[in-house]
Design a protein around this ligand. Structure first.
Ligand code: SF4
Length: 290
């Protein structure tokens, strides 16, 4: 797609009187030399793969380490309880995010969007929206283009890799993408889409990548929940009229600079953070022995 700034997408959208998603779709067609029908059908396949991964969640499965599995079922049971602080939408978002993260840890098929570690964020928000709001498939596909455009800009101007930019680049990027996508679904303007995205990313700046025993399980799975919920609340703030005080493209630039300055011990090397705790060391040693 080749967009390095969110403002580029917004300015084309305004000049050509196109929705945000269509600017991204057209750029995809141009870059990959495909028709709009071909591009959309690829996006539909991705959506289908997300739906299948969600519906085929197996509560009995445990990851090889034993650290992941079964929490999605706990949240599903919790969703049916009445004494919850949060409403149905966010409860299901949490459930779906955990289920997808656990499926990934248990080697099930997922859609890495933008990465396998952050695979729960976007499906949790969009599939919950599709089901609870009875949204037509076309609208969800369009929202995926919105997410894709935001992800493209972050990848071009900063990073979507935990090893390069820390977890802010994985869960943070996914959260920013989901925030923009759900803002579009809620009828948000282009300005609201990019500000929702910026609000979400700002909340994730500086997040370290410190997985226990080098596995994409702890803290990754539960961070997907935070990223997904953060996306929804950031979107709601933007729709309520709140704007990021820092320009959305400048937020992405900050993420790049923070990622570069973050020491390598906090970028997927397992040499600091949660990975260096006594408990994590014991888990790693136990896994090595067995
Ligand atoms: S902690 Fe690291 S491996 Fe886990 S989701 Fe974040 S970036 Fe990915």
């Amino acid at each position: 797609m080749g967009f390095a700034k969110l403002s580029e997408i917004v300015s084309i959208a305004e000049k050509e009187e196109l929705p945000f998603w269509e600017v991204v779709l057209r750029a995809d067609c141009q870059e990959r030399n495909v028709t709009q029908t071909e591009s959309k059908s690829m996006m539909r396949e991705m959506l289908d793969a997300m739906r299948q991964a969600d519906s085929r969640y197996n509560p009995e499965l445990r990851s090889a380490s034993g650290m992941a599995g079964g929490d999605g079922a706990k949240l599903e049971a919790f969703r049916h309880k009445e004494n919850r602080l949060i409403g149905d939408f966010l409860t299901e978002v949490m459930e779906k995010a955990v289920k997808m993260g656990e499926s990934n840890a248990c080697m099930r098929r997922i859609v890495a969007m933008p990465t396998a570690g952050s695979c729960g964020v976007i499906p949790a928000v969009l599939l919950t929206y599709e089901q609870q709001k009875d949204a037509p498939e076309d609208r969800i596909v369009e929202a995926l283009y919105v997410a894709g455009g935001i992800g493209e800009v972050i990848a071009a101007s900063a990073s979507i890799s935990g090893a390069e930019g820390g977890c802010q680049a994985e869960i943070g990027s996914a959260s920013a993408m989901a925030a923009g996508a759900v803002t579009y679904l809620e009828g948000g303007s282009n300005e609201e889409i990019v500000h929702a995205s910026a609000l979400a990313l700002k909340n994730m700046l500086g997040l370290t990548c410190d997985p226990v025993a080098g596995l994409v399980e702890v803290p990754c799975i539960k961070r997907n929940v935070s990223g997904a919920v953060n996306a929804v609340v950031s979107s709601q703030m933007a729709i309520a009229g709140i704007r990021s005080a820092i320009d959305p493209d400048e937020v992405i630039d900050s993420m790049r600079r923070i990622g570069k300055q973050m020491p390598s011990c906090l970028k997927e090397t397992g040499q600091e953070g949660l990975a260096l705790t006594q408990t994590a060391q014991q888990i790693a040693a136990h896994l090595k022995e067995n």
